[in-house]
Design a protein around this ligand. Structure first.
Ligand SMILES: Nc1ncnc2c1ncn2[C@@H]1O[C@H](COP(=O)(O)OP(=O)(O)OP(=O)(O)O)[C@@H](O)[C@H]1O
Length: 321
């Protein structure tokens, strides 16, 4: 798909999408990431039928994004929300429901407001809402009518960490019940936590696309906690790096001290180990256990999306990160 924004009177234009080819599997939680001006919003608008491609086609939920029946199955949270300041949330949601062709059901609307954490604010005017509250109301509006596809542009923008947790929980619930989630967020940690697939867009083209684990270079990292008393030098020899020392290694630009067994991570018993697959991981754990170390906790480290993004954008000719 291509999209060129034409200037007035046909004098040239700007090619925002330069041959973008993307398949978002039904039921996936899909994240779109990329630098400013990459074309993310243009792509979202084309999925919603707001922008028409200059060349190519967009198919959404098996149909055209311009088909009202298809649009009715899409929930959309825009990046810039325009909300009526003098209204209260239930009246706003009732109007959105009517615009979506739904019959407003007052108790259901209150349940929805409770779900997004706004039950205490139903009697307040929207104009007095904080940015996070406005985002939650926008999310409630997007969820009206149980859409099959949720398109969210910066859904957690302005929301505090507790609120983000709540929003994430709602999005995960939606994905579990079969909804396809399409998320555009500058918060890479948010994308990592919510999405199972990611596409990197830069300068109007998809640079990389795939499952998060596949995109992460260098295999998976594991965070391991050993019981007190584990022999730090033996763990180092087995490939386990104390977390504090690991931070120093990755940020050091000049030769510095080698990781010492007395590093904070070692004192806490927390280590990181690189393992391309579970066989490699288990071999490392076997070496650790042979030294007498006892495993207390083991968890996979999230794929480092920032590194993947910077790597993809940095290695693409003509694209500035
Ligand atoms: N209506 C428009 N007319 C002309 N050019 C536009 C229009 N909308 C977007 N563009 C240009 O198209 C390019 C892609 O813009 P778009 O908003 O899709 O990027 P984005 O990835 O969403 O950026 P950001 O992360 O900054 O929101 C940019 O260079 C932008 O200036």
């Amino acid at each position: 798909m291509r999209k060129t924004y034409h200037r007035a009177f046909g004098r040239g234009g700007h090619e925002a999408l330069k041959g973008m080819d993307l398949l978002v599997p039904a039921g996936s939680a899909f994240g779109l990431i990329g630098p400013n001006g990459a074309g993310k919003t243009t792509f979202i608008k084309s999925v919603l039928g707001i922008v028409r491609p200059t060349a190519g086609t967009v198919r959404v939920l098996g149909g055209s994004p311009e088909d009202p029946a298809i649009r009715a199955r899409i929930g959309y949270l825009p990046e810039r929300l325009h909300l009526p300041g003098t209204w209260k949330a239930p009246a706003f949601l009732a109007t959105v429901a009517r615009l979506k062709g739904l019959k407003p059901d007052a108790p259901a609307l209150l349940r929805l407001l409770e779900r997004v954490g706004l039950s205490d604010a139903v009697d307040r005017k929207i104009g007095g809402y904080s940015k996070g509250m406005r985002q939650r109301l926008g999310l409630a509006a997007a969820l009206l009518g149980d859409p099959a596809l949720l398109v969210l542009d910066e859904p957690t923008d302005g929301i505090d960490p507790m609120g983000r947790l709540e929003v994430r929980r709602i999005l995960q619930e939606e994905v579990r019940r079969g909804v396809t989630l399409f998320l555009n967020s500058h918060l890479l940690a948010e994308t990592e936590r919510v999405c199972d697939r990611v596409a990197i867009l830069a300068d109007g083209r998809v640079l990389r696309e795939g499952r998060l684990e596949e995109l992460a270079r260098g295999g998976a990292r594991w965070r391991v906690r050993f019981a007190p008393g584990a022999e730090a030098s033996a763990l180092l020899a087995a490939g386990f790096v104390p977390t504090e020392a690991e931070a120093r290694i990755s940020t050091a630009t000049t030769p510095g001290p080698q990781p010492s067994p007395q590093a904070d991570g070692a004192r806490e018993g927390v280590y990181l180990v690189e393992a391309t697959d579970v066989a490699v991981l288990n071999a490392a754990l076997d070496r650790a256990r042979a030294s007498g170390a006892l495993l207390v906790d083991l968890r996979r480290e999230g794929a480092d999306l920032e590194a993947v993004l910077l790597g993809a954008v940095g290695s693409s000719p003509g694209v500035a990160a």
